[in-house]
Ligand binder design. Structure first.
Ligand SMILES: [Zn+2]
Length: 358
């Protein structure tokens, strides 16, 4: 099986900011792509987008899910001198925020700024100089000298992202700002596109959804899975690759870049669906890795599996280094393997297949 690549769509997804709660532009890129081939596409009240490949109205429905939002920052306060103080959107890391170029997404324009970093010569050790900053310590310099000037450009509530950072380090290792989880939108769109091309052989209907507000609590996934009430949900999001320096694999498990997608076990992951994914991987010689969920998966899977009367669900994760930083890294070999695993899992489903624990 050859997985079609869509390099322009991938770059467009990864260079369109989609901060959590402000995802409209990010979803638009995804919607325009799936509009080309899906049988039905719609957007819900908060902006999550669903694209369907329909076969038979009596057939069961499979949900393919990935969140479309990314972490970021938000304008919190503007000083009399025109400096912009910020707060986090989702799980952003204040200790890496300084000395970065950022974009403030005002309704009227994109405003470039820099997160101020006092020179090492001037840092006052008694006043916390050189220490890791909290969010209250982070400010953006947008090159103005007064609050009035600043207010002509930005306002409280404008979302902020780091600048775009899309680049291949070699033929398969990709770095970008928001691989978490803009890359998931690429994966489910490619799977849906491939399924559309074989839809006459499918025994299920398929709906792919790119959901909002995962980074602040999995809310878009709740709305969409409640509405769509699927019979099975396959979720994809990033997971921590633990093969870079300084990570204790005894504590965090072993996940390596370019060693295949990671199948999650336990918690929201339905045991029969997990077993089915393992069988499909084995049958099609797809290299996979394994992770244990101790309490929660920390993904939209936690929001989906308990909707209505329970939706058999499983999470297939993409190994990622440096999560929640502007230099996240993933392997396109893992991306392609994940696409193949998801695709074959749907192709292999029978109309009367039921996932139970008995
Ligand atoms: Zn994520």
């Amino acid at each position: 099986m050859i997985i079609p690549s869509a390099p322009e769509f991938l770059e467009s997804l990864l260079t369109t900011p989609s901060p959590t709660g402000y995802e409209a532009a990010g979803v638009r890129v995804w919607k325009e792509y799936v509009d080309e081939f899906a049988d039905e596409v719609f957007t819900d009240a908060y902006g999550s987008c669903a694209a369907k490949v329909l076969t038979d109205k009596n057939a069961p429905t499979v949900l393919l899910e990935a969140h479309c939002d990314e972490i970021g920052m938000v304008v919190q306060h503007i000083t009399e001198q025109g400096f912009v103080y910020v707060n986090k959107l989702g799980g952003s890391d204040s200790t890496i925020a300084r000395a970065k170029k950022v974009i403030i997404h005002n309704r009227n324009a994109k405003v470039v700024g820099v997160a101020g970093n006092t020179a090492i010569h001037l840092q006052d050790q008694k006043n916390g100089g050189g220490k890791e900053p909290a969010w209250k310590d982070i400010y953006i310099d947008i090159g103005v000298s007064s609050k009035e000037e600043a207010l002509e450009l930005v306002q409280v509530g404008d979302p902020i992202t780091y600048e775009d950072n899309f680049e291949y380090l070699n033929d398969h290792i990709l770095t970008a700002r928001a691989l978490d989880n803009r890359i998931g939108g690429y994966i489910i769109a490619q799977v849906l596109r491939m399924l559309k091309s074989v839809s006459k052989d499918l025994q299920v209907n398929v709906v792919a959804v790119n959901t909002v507000q995962e980074e602040v609590g999995g809310f878009g996934a709740r709305m969409m899975s409640y509405r769509l009430d699927p019979d099975l949900a396959l979720v994809t999001d990033v997971t921590h690759a633990t093969d870079s320096p300084g990570i204790d694999q005894k504590e965090h498990g072993t996940v390596k870049l370019s060693h295949g997608p990671s199948i999650q076990h336990g918690g929201a992951n339905h045991p029969s669906v997990v077993r089915y994914l393992e069988e499909i991987a084995q049958k099609h010689n797809i290299l996979v890795q394994h992770e244990a969920t101790s309490v929660r998966t920390g993904t939209d899977t936690d929001s989906i599996f308990y909707q209505k009367t329970g939706i058999p669900s499983a999470l297939i994760s993409l190994p990622l280094r440096y999560m929640h930083s502007p230099v996240e890294i993933c392997s396109m070999q893992d991306v392609d393997a994940l696409i193949q695993l998801m695709y074959e899992s749907v192709v292999g489903l029978k109309a009367d297949q039921r996932f139970t624990v008995h």
